[in-house]
Design a binder for this molecule. Structure first.
Ligand code: ADP
Ligand code: MG
Length: 240
């Protein structure tokens, strides 16, 4: 299949929580080989959009297609099987299992079980050394985040969804993360990063969408959109 077959397309996503409208008909495309960022203030609806794409929130109206498949009604685990993977902010690792076992479980839940892919992902994230045999309980946050990313990547997804991936990482870890995500996009993956840290987005994303109060209010190439936000930083930054 051509790369275009792996585009994730959302159209007209509308979500209400008990009468409060969190998304007012949002459109979003995630293209293979591209890193797309969604930025915006606290409460803008970024995480709600993320959950719609991942399959953990069902939109009231709107459609989501992944290539030829209409995935609107598919639960999260079925989307993961098709190749739409996500990471969890509350890290989803099993504490009593080793690093390698956690990564292998990710492969089993993914699109394909490919031992070669598991090896590549472990190497890419620096989890191929002695750390692979350690239980994840007690490992530092930065390492746990790499395990979490490796788990999501182990099943060879076509699309990777990340909600605030840099939260809790130091400068060096953010640089490593940026390099890894750029390498995945260069390899043809479609990535979504939902993020309030505009500096991270500036060094990472190809395309940026700005959300405010449940709507996308600006979209375009990262440099142009972020330039337009200069002086508005306090409006678009938040704690989560
Ligand atoms: P963001 O990630 O941009 O901070 P969210 O998508 O988390 O925004 O939230 C958007 C709006 O929807 C906020 O006003 C939030 O309070 C509300 N909201 C989010 N999740 C729920 C929920 N489960 N029940 C009720 N309201 C919610
Ligand atoms: Mg959020």
């Amino acid at each position: 299949p051509s790369p275009a077959d792996h585009t994730l397309r959302a159209r007209g996503l509308r979500v209400t929580y008990d009468g409060f409208t969190a998304l007012y008909g949002v459109d979003l495309d995630l293209f293979p080989g591209t890193i797309t960022a969604v930025v915006g203030p606290n409460g803008a609806g970024k995480s709600t959009l993320f959950h719609c794409l991942a399959g953990t929130v069902r939109p009231d109206t709107g459609r989501i297609a992944f290539g030829e498949w209409d995935v609107t009604r598919l639960p999260a685990h079925a989307r993961t099987r098709l190749g739409v993977a996500r990471t969890f902010q509350q890290l989803a690792v099993f504490p009593t299992l080793t690093v390698a076992e956690n990564v292998r479980i990710g492969a089993e839940q993914g699109r394909v079980v490919d031992p070669g892919a598991v090896e590549r992902v472990s190497r890419l994230l620096g989890l191929d050394g002695a750390v692979r045999a350690l239980p994840t309980a007690g490992l530092p946050t930065g390492t746990l985040r790499r395990v979490e990313l490796a788990r999501a990547l182990a099943g060879s997804p076509r699309v990777l969804l990340l909600d605030e991936p840099a939260a809790g990482l130091d400068t060096g870890e953010v640089a490593t993360l940026t390099r890894v995500l750029r390498a995945l996009a260069a390899d043809g993956m479609a990535l979504l990063v939902v993020e309030h840290d505009l500096d991270l987005v500036a060094g990472l994303a190809d395309t940026v969408h700005v959300m405010t109060a449940g709507r996308i209010v600006a979209s375009g190439p990262a440099d142009r959109v972020l330039e337009g936000l200069e002086g508005l930083d306090t409006t678009v930054e938040g704690q989560g």
